[in-house]
Design a protein around this ligand. Sequence first.
Ligand code: ZN
Length: 538
Amino acid sequence: MKRIAFIALAIVAALALPDAQTERLDLATIGRIKEEGLNRSQVMDHISWLSDVYGPRLTGSPAIQQASEWAMKKFTEWGLANVHQERWKFGQGWSLVKLNVTMIEPQVQPVIAYPKEWSSGTKGPVTADVVRVNIRSEADFARYRGQLRGKIVLTQPERAVRMYEGPNILRMDDKWTAEAETTPVPAPSAGRGGGRGGAQEFRQKVEDFYVAEGVVATFDRGSDSDMANAGSEMTWMQQHPDGGTVFPTGSYARDENAGTSVPGLTLAVEHYNRMMRVLDKNVPVKVELNVETKFYDEATQGGMAGFNTIAEIPGSDLASEVVLLGAHFDSHPYATGATDNATGSAAMMEVMRLLKTLGVKPRRTIRVALWGGEEEGLLGSRAYVRDHLADVETMALKPEHAKLAAYFNSDNGSGKVRGVWMQGNLAARPIFEQWIAPLKDLGVTILAPRSVSATDHVSFDNAGVPAFQFVVDRLEYNSRTHHSTMDTFDRVQRDDMVQQAAVIAVFAYNAAMRDEKLPRKALPAPQRGRGTNPSAQQ
Ligand SMILES: [Zn+2]
C-alpha cells in the first residue's frame, strides 16, 4: 500500500515539475513593451544628448557631471525614485581645452591628431623641428642624450597602411551564430597574467628621459591594431586606424604625478608616415603645435570625482529584491563616446522610460546604474559591488547580495540584441529559452554558453551574482568606433538601438516578475587584489 502511495506521489511530483520550470510570462505586457518600444522610442534622442551635447564623458571631467545631471533630470521627469549619484575616489579629472597641430615645413598641412588622455599641454603655441627616435631599451638613451631639446619626437616606426579585404561589419549570420552557440565555457583562468608591470615601468623611464631632455612633445600613430587577427576571418574585429580615424592608445597619470610628462599625441597614420618619409630624405620637418589641457583636482568634488548615476522603479511584493540594469556612462575623450557607451547608457535609460510610461507594476525593484570609470578599470561597477554586495577579496557578503535577482549589461555598441552570453551560468538557459521565444521575431535567438569579459558585468560575475552581457550585432564597433576619434552619433544605427532597448526592457520585466531570482553559479573563491583598482578595460 505504502509503495503504491509513494509511486502515486512521485508521478504527481513529476507531472508538477514541467509546470515548475515553465516561465509564467505576461505576454500581454511583453506585447505592450514591444509596441511602445518599437513605435515610440526616444532612445536616439537620449544618445544624441549624451554624445552630441555632453560627449566625451571622461570620468572626472565636467562633461560627465553635466551628462549625469541631465540624466537625473530625465529620471525625475519620468517619475523614477531614488535618483542619486554614488561617489568613489578616482584621481584628477582632465579635459582638452585647445588643439592645433600644423606641419609648416616642408609644406603646410593641418595634421589629424589627438592628445592621449591626461596629457599635459605645451603652455602656448610652439614651433619645433620634428625628429625620430628608436628607443627600445635604456641603453638607447645615450644615443639621444643632449639632442632632443626643443624637438618634437616621433616614437614609432612607420606603419604600412593596407587596403581592406573582408567584411568590416558584423551582423550575426548562421556561421557566427553557430560559433557563439557552440564555443564552450572556457576553463576559469588563473587570474590575469603579469608582465605588464615591466613594460609600464620602462614607459615611465622613457617619459622621464623626455622630460629631462627637454622634449616639446611626442607623436605616435597608435598600435598595429589593424593587424590584430590578421589572416583570421574575423576581419570585423580589426580596427581600421586610417582614413582619418585615429585610435589613440595609452593614458597618463591622474594621481599626484598628473601633468608631469611631456605632451603626447597620436596622429593619423597617413600624416605620421609622411613626416617619417620626408625625414628619410634628410629634408627638415617643422610643426606648429598648441595643446592646452586642464586638470581637475578631486578635492573640488568632495575628494571623490568618480560616481555612478542611479535611479529605480520600486517593486511591490518583492520590493527588497533588485533587478539591476547597467551600462558604463563614461567614455574616452577622443570623440563623443556615442557607441561606447552612450548607446548602452541610453538603452538602459529608455528601458526605465518605457516601463514607467506603460505603468507596469514590477514585483521586484528595477534599478538602473550608469557606471563611471569603466574605461579606467570597471571602477564604478566595482565600487558598487564593494559598497552594496561583497568584498570580493575575502568574499564576505553584504545583505544586498542575496537580494540581487539579476544584473544585465549593455556595452557592445549600437547593434541589435541577438541573444545572451550565458557567462557559464547554464542553469539560466531553460529560462532564457522561454524568454526569447516572444522575441524571435526581433531576431533574438542566440544563447551562447561562454563568458565574455572586459566590461561591467564581470564585476558582478566575480561577486557570484547572476550577471549577463547581451550578444549584439557588432556592426562596425571594433573596426571603426570603439575607442576611436570617429565614435560619433552618425555611427549609431537607429533601428538596432530601438530594438536593443525594447528587448532589454522585456528581460528586465521578466526578471522582476518571476517568482524566483535567476539561478546562480557557485560562489567564486576570494579574489586577492581584485577589489578595487584595476587594469584597463573595454
Ligand atoms: Zn565600453
